[in-house]
Design a protein around this ligand. Structure first.
Ligand code: ZN
Length: 326
C-alpha cells in the first residue's frame, strides 16, 4: 500500500505495512523514529474523540502507554482491528499502520490554518459609555466655562468693555438657540445659575460615572431598541445593547454617543422636571424652537446641544440620536 501521510517517508513503517514480521510493539522494534510517527497519529486520533481520549507524550519509545492507546484505537475502529486470533492486541501491524496513516494530514498537503483567535472581548455598553464620557465631560466643562463668564459679564457690566469676549458672545448666542433666553420675563442671572447648577450636577455624574452607568439587557426600553435611558427616579443611566459603535446601518457614531452620554445624566440631575414630556423636546423637532425658556431649562436635549455649540465655538452641531452616523 502507499501511505498518504508522512508515514511514507519512514522505511520501517512502509515495511510494517507490507510484511507481518515488521510489526511494531512493546517487544517489536520498540524504539525509533517510526514510534514518534505512530504516537503523532494516535494523538491526532485521540484529539478528535468525544469524550476526550488522553494523548500520550511523543517520544521514540513504544511504552506501555503506547500499547494501551494502540489497543483502544483498534477497539474503536469499525470494524475493530483484531489479530489472526480474533483478539485486540497492543501491536501495530499491517492493518493498524494503514489506519493510523489516515489520522495524519496528507503529506505535502496544505496544513489547515489554526482557528482564528477569539475576538477581543468588546466593551460592554456601559464601558463604552464610560469611554465616551471623556468627550461629554469636555463639552460640559465648555458649557460651564461659557456660562460662568457670561454670568460675570451680565452681573458686572464694564462700561469700558461693552463688547463681550468671544466665549461670552458664543455663549449668549447658544443660550438663545437652545434655551430661548429672550423669552424670559425675569432676570437672566438666576436662570443662568439654574442652568449652571444642572450642568455641575451632570458633570459630577459624568466624572463619577462608575457609580451611575449600568448595563440593561432586560427592560422594555432595551427590547424597544432605546440605546440609553434613566428609569424614573432610579438614579442610574442604563445603556442597552443598542448603545454600540456605528457599524453599517446600526449603532451610533462618537458624536452621537457623547451627546447621549451628556443628555442622560440631566435626567438624574434635574429630576423630575427633566422627565416631564412637556419639557423633553428633541433638538431636531420643529417644536424645539418654540419652547419657552422655562421649559427649555428642563430639557435634557438643550443641555447636550448647548454644550456642543459653546465647545465648538458657536457651531450648532446638534449631535444626538437624530444623527446616528455622526
Ligand atoms: Zn431624555
Amino acid at each position: 500500500m502507499a501511505f498518504q501521510s508522512e508515514f511514507a517517508d519512514n522505511r520501517k513503517l512502509v515495511d510494517c505495512a507490507n510484511k507481518d514480521s515488521d510489526h511494531i510493539g512493546e517487544r517489536f522494534a520498540p524504539r525509533g523514529p517510526w514510534v514518534v510517527l505512530i504516537k503523532k497519529a494516535l494523538n491526532a486520533w485521540a484529539a478528535k474523540q468525544s469524550p476526550a481520549v488522553r494523548q500520550i507524550p511523543v517520544s521514540d519509545l513504544f511504552g506501555a502507554d503506547t500499547g494501551d492507546l494502540v489497543a483502544l484505537y483498534k477497539s474503536r475502529q469499525t470494524p475493530p482491528l483484531v489479530n489472526f486470533a480474533g483478539k485486540i492486541d497492543r501491536v501495530v501491524g499491517k492493518k493498524t499502520v494503514a489506519a493510523l496513516d489516515g489520522e495524519l494530514p496528507r503529506r505535502g498537503g496544505v496544513v489547515p490554518p489554526p482557528p482564528p483567535p477569539p475576538p477581543a472581548p468588546s466593551l460592554t455598553m456601559s464601558a463604552l459609555a464610560k469611554r465616551d464620557a471623556a468627550t461629554s465631560i469636555l463639552w460640559a466643562r465648555g458649557a460651564i466655562s461659557g456660562l460662568t463668564d457670561t454670568r460675570g459679564f451680565i452681573a458686572n457690566p464694564s462700561p469700558l468693555a461693552p463688547i463681550p469676549p468671544r466665549l461670552v458672545a458664543v455663549t449668549l448666542e447658544a443660550l438663545e438657540t437652545h434655551f430661548h433666553i429672550s423669552t424670559l420675563s425675569t432676570s437672566r442671572i438666576p436662570f443662568i445659575d439654574k442652568i449652571l447648577e444642572i450642568y455641575v450636577k451632570s458633570l459630577g455624574i459624568l466624572v463619577g460615572n462608575t457609580a451611575f452607568f449600568i448595563d440593561d439587557t432586560t427592560s422594555a426600553e432595551s427590547a424597544n431598541g432605546t440605546p440609553a435611558h434613566v428609569p424614573l427616579a432610579s438614579g442610574k443611566v442604563n445603556f442597552t445593547p443598542a448603545f454600540r459603535e456605528r457599524s453599517g446601518t446600526t449603532g451610533f457614531g462618537p458624536g452621537c454617543r457623547a451627546a447621549m452620554v451628556l443628555h442622560e445624566p440631566v435626567h438624574i440631575a434635574d429630576h423630575p422636571a427633566a422627565s416631564n414630556g412637556a419639557n423633553h423636546i428633541n433638538e431636531n423637532a420643529a417644536a424645539y424652537a418654540r419652547q419657552p425658556a422655562l421649559n427649555q431649562l428642563h430639557n435634557a436635549h438643550s443641555y447636550a446641544s448647548f454644550a456642543q455649540q459653546v465647545f465648538f465655538n458657536g457651531n450648532d452641531t446638534r449631535f444626538g440620536i437624530g444623527k446616528p452616523e455622526q
